[in-house]
Design a protein around this ligand. Sequence first.
Ligand SMILES: [Zn+2]
Length: 126
Amino acid sequence: MKALKRAFLFGEMMHKNFMKRAIELAKLGGSNVFPNPQVGAVIVKDNQIIAEGYHQVFGGDHAEVNAFNQATSDVSGAEMYVTLEPCSHYGKTPPCALKIIEKESKRFMLQQKIQIHSSLEKGYNY
Ligand SMILES: [Zn+2]
């Protein structure tokens, strides 16, 4: 029972650390992404970060796509931590929600840190 509780607490700590890292990455976008929000994403597999990305410049690829592009190993079954819910519309770039489904990320953790995306529901229900 104790071991189980320890394992759970360890998991919680890992989740927080991954999200913290995603927020750090998001900040790297600075004012270059204006008027888009700063977004950071981390891809985790087997409790290891296998890729990181952030939205670097307005009109450029989104954080999730940059993270996928950076991944050096297979991302299927991985988890993604992203500071904003993935977009589900075709704007300057294709929707990230679609990309995540394609890549078979098992689940993604996200935090509404900066602003609530207008496509909130759609992003989840893809
Ligand atoms: Zn997007």
